[in-house]
Design a protein around this ligand. Sequence first.
Ligand SMILES: [Zn+2]
Length: 166
Amino acid sequence: MRPSPFDPPDPRFVTTGEHPLWDEALAAVNRDLAATLPEQRPLCLVAYPGWERAPDETERVHVALANGDAHGDCLWPEPSAAGALRAVAEAAQDTVMELLWQAWPVCTLHGLGMHVTEDAGRPSWWCAGGSRPGDPAHVRAAIGEMDTVHRPRRPNRKRRKDRGPR
Ligand SMILES: [Zn+2]
């Protein structure tokens, strides 16, 4: 049976090496995902073909959950690694927040969802801070380095890691 023209086309999984800058950026974002949501499988890139009405349009690449589901805008080619990292981090955020129904990544000091910013030339996660004076907005970590601030402080705290595969 022919699919209806109104059905969205199936995406394909993008293979490593097709978009080296996005691969590198996604690896950094996946380190943050592993540090903050260890139960999630790594994000991946999927590509949808261009629209039928504009056959010359190149395919659109999205950041997707491991199952291929994506949400939000497609990625646009970026000339720099830092630009690619910001774009991939924002796209990953859209997909995770919309499809997993949770703010991500969350600042563990303030319980707030963070935003992509640039700090000393490095794409980073920014938190709006607390409502009290003296608790200002701050940069939590460079993107890809959330594991450096996400280790539990209390040694007796239960690690989520010991949940094995089903
Ligand atoms: Zn914070």
